[in-house]
Design a protein. Structure first.
Length: 476
């Protein structure tokens, strides 16, 4: 049995701001059947501490980057958690990343260096008689794990993998923090974790981990290009032999239209009707001749929703409707609130897990016009529920949707609509095509049936991770 320590800043259902949490929350369960035991190290934010029941202290540190800390082991929501209880770093209300002023907490470098430090200690010393063969680090928050393992003499005894969920976030710190972060000054070079005069936790992981993964094959290829690499494309090219793209899956129990407690359950595309009526009622939308399109998203530049604002009038003119749930950039929030003055647009600013299920179940189509998208999950939920995805041709969106080209329609395999380049003009064209497909009821029904048949769970990807864990497990 391979023993793996997963290290992340989020893990569903305990704490989530995006897809990272879905993945770290689902992976341990998916791996269990494949002979991998996975424990997850997570910061002890207030919500996580509250969710801990009976927990045993398995490690202590009197001075972890400025205060006392301990590691608590507990089983929560079926997950084997190791929680880093360090009140001076994590006992803060509000966002896990941002202070009340909406900016990163100034000590974010220390907060997540501490997480990586403790992960490395667990790698070297073990906890309560358990020692991982592999540390699986997620994103910049776990980027220093290879460096710390090296400092503690653990290199060669513990394999390391870093998964890039989004290369846009680098975890930068001022070089004045080298000593505070317990990093080796000799590694502060362009071959190490130096990035344009700053310390980059992500680059540390990209340079130091045995193997790198990202969450779709297309994003893996894109990361080596300057349009997508966010300044790290050279590093990605340098490490291309050690980089693989493994698609995310979804939690098929949580997203199962036949058992979902948040919706009127259904097993065939036709069963969506009751959910659509309920969704229209909940959002105060009238009946319409076009498709009811839904969006569930962080409202940021990445997600391309400004393009949707541009394309909205054309879409409404064809009888389509929009229901959007999201939060983020205040300017986008305001713009969508304004757009909702049209009776065929409904907008909820906020975060609401149950509503997201009702929207996927009741929508005809889900729109994901992202400028870049490492994997994307909402299009996968859409496929599972027979809600046709309209997506930008990028990253995981390119890998998971079969575009309704004449060829795909001809052999009856289309599951959605893709557009490229990611511009308002191309999005308009895609929305036109969506409306035409929707008006052709037999074709639409066939696409829905195809979508619901497409595998979107973890089976294939879990096998790929299991192989990777075996590959990096040091020979004993
Ligand atoms: P990202 O990680 O970039 O935000 P993903 O598509 O990978 O994008 O994952 C987003 C996850 O967060 C999905 O599970 C999605 O349903 C969920 N989500 C995003 N915004 C909201 C919201 N406002 N309410 C409920 N769930 C949301």
């Amino acid at each position: 049995m391979t023993q793996v320590l997963s290290v992340a800043s989020e893990c569903a259902p305990l704490v989530k701001t995006g897809g990272l949490a879905d993945v770290t929350g689902a992976l341990p369960g998916a791996m269990a059947a494949l002979g991998v035991r996975m424990r997850t190290l997570l910061p002890g934010y207030p919500a996580v501490m509250r969710a801990l029941g009976d927990a045993a202290e398995v490690m202590a540190d009197p001075d972890l980057f400025g205060g006392p800390a301990r590691v608590l082991a507990a089983k929560v929501a079926g997950l084997e958690m190791l929680v880093l209880d360090a009140p001076h770093l994590y006992a803060r209300d509000g966002s896990i990343y941002l202070g009340p002023d909406g900016r990163d907490w100034p000590d974010n470098p220390e907060r997540f260096a501490a997480l990586s430090w403790v992960a490395a200690r667990i790698g070297v010393e073990g906890v309560a008689g358990w020692t991982p063969d592999v540390i699986h680090a997620h994103d910049w928050q776990a980027g220093f794990v290879p460096d710390y393992l090296h400092i503690m003499g653990g290199t060669g005894r513990t394999g390391t993998i870093l998964t890039i969920h989004n290369i846009a976030f680098h975890g930068l710190a001022d070089p004045g923090k080298l000593a505070t972060l317990r990093l080796k000054p000799a590694r502060y070079t362009s071959d190490g974790f130096e990035f344009w005069g700053r310390i980059s936790a992500l680059k540390a992981g990209l340079m130091g981990a045995d193997r790198l993964t990202t969450v779709s094959p297309t994003y893996a290829a894109e990361l080596m290009r300057d349009e997508f690499g966010m300044g790290l494309d050279g590093v990605m090219r340098h490490r291309r032999a050690h980089l693989t793209g493994i698609l995310n899956g979804i939690d098929e129990d949580a997203w199962n239209a036949a058992t979902d407690p948040a919706i009127t359950t259904y097993t065939t595309p036709a069963g969506k009707a009751a959910n659509k009526a309920a969704l229209r009622a909940a959002f105060g939308l009238p009946d319409a001749r076009g498709p009811l399109c839904v969006v569930i998203s962080r409202l940021t530049e990445q997600k391309g929703l400004d393009l949707l604002l541009d394309a909205l009038p054309g879409m409404l003119a064809q009888g389509a409707q929009l229901a959007l749930l999201g939060s983020g950039d205040p300017a986008l929030e305001d713009a969508f609130r304004n757009a909702a003055r049209d009776s065929n647009v409904a907008v909820r600013i906020g975060y609401d897990e149950a509503l997201s299920h009702r929207m996927i179940a009741g929508g005809d189509a889900i729109l994901v016009p992202s400028r870049f998208e490492p994997c994307g999950l909402t299009q996968l939920y859409g496929l599972r529920y027979g809600t046709i995805p309209l997506v930008a041709l990028t990253g995981g969106l390119a890998d998971t949707v079969i575009h309704a080209s004449p060829a795909a329609l001809g052999v009856g395999v289309a599951t959605g609509v893709q557009f490229h380049p990611v511009t308002a003009e191309a999005l308009r064209g895609a929305l036109d095509q969506l409306c035409r497909l929707y008006a052709d009821a037999p074709t639409w029904a066939a696409m829905q049936a195809n979508a619901m048949r497409q595998p979107v769970g973890w089976a294939q990807s879990a096998a790929a991770y299991a192989q990777l864990y075996r590959d990096v497990t040091p020979a004993t």
